[in-house]
Design a protein around this ligand. Structure first.
Ligand SMILES: CC(C)(COP(=O)(O)OP(=O)(O)OC[C@H]1O[C@@H](n2cnc3c(N)ncnc32)[C@H](O)[C@@H]1OP(=O)(O)O)[C@@H](O)C(=O)NCCC(=O)NCCS
Length: 193
């Protein structure tokens, strides 16, 4: 999805906004970022438990490297007690040269998450706004993501719209032999989210 400025979704606001502070992710937030990343993937039933366990050290290495190189940024939403209740990440994906845009990377928004007991109170909306603001300030012409069902409304209200992207699955995702596969999405077509 890319933002178009068009507003969609439900205008109703049945619950008061949760007071949170949205601040940049630091290298020392890695444990919290991993907690949120796993929660998103579990919520999506994206991979089996053993696959997620193998994924964690790879993600931790990748996060440290990309954050250090300036190719990754993110925010955490903290409650009044200073506890992280949500967050999101943006990664600069390599892009081929474009006749329209000078940058050969494009921001990709993913891992947007709010703790289940804090949802529906505008936390993700503020997280996404903050991430989009940074992308805009850094001069990127657009920002992309793959939306889950629960995230779609948040993004649409902020102006994101579906694009022409298509995908052909060439090989189903590997399934763990130790796992029955329960909860894993197997070859289903998904984005990074
Ligand atoms: C998707 C997810 C991040 C949304 O988090 P959230 O904090 O509940 O999101 P928000 O509160 O900003 O918005 C959710 C809904 O609450 C509504 N809402 C209620 N009170 C609100 C308020 N005070 N301010 C803003 N929105 C409010 C919004 O209208 C929105 O409704 P909509 O989806 O019909 O448009 C959360 O459900 C989640 O973590 N899901 C699992 C992981 C996931 O799917 N992540 C997305 C990856 S793409």
């Amino acid at each position: 999805m890319v933002p178009t400025g068009k507003k969609g979704g439900s205008p109703s606001r049945p619950r008061p906004r949760l007071p949170v502070t949205v601040r940049p992710v630091r290298a020392s937030d890695l444990d919290e970022v991993v907690r949120q990343r796993l929660a998103v993937l579990r919520d999506m039933r994206y991979a089996s438990a053993p696959a997620l366990r193998r994924y964690v050290p790879r993600f931790r290495r990748w996060f440290r490297r990309e954050l250090g190189a300036g190719r990754l940024w993110g925010v955490l939403a903290e409650s009044a007690e200073g506890r992280a209740v949500g967050g999101g990440l943006v990664w600069l994906q390599p892009r081929p040269p474009s006749p329209r845009f000078p940058q050969q990377v494009g921001p990709y928004l993913f891992s947007v998450f709010t703790d289940p007991d804090r949802r529906g109170r505008g936390v993700a909306t503020r997280v996404v706004r903050a991430l989009v603001k940074t992308a805009r300030e850094r001069g990127y012409p657009r920002i992309e993501l793959h939306a889950t069902e629960s995230g779609r409304g948040v993004y649409e209200r902020l102006g994101f719209a579906a694009t022409t992207q298509m995908r052909l699955t060439l090989r189903p995702a590997r399934r763990s032999r130790r796992s029955s596969g329960a909860g894993a999405s197997g070859g289903r077509s998904r984005g990074l989210s």
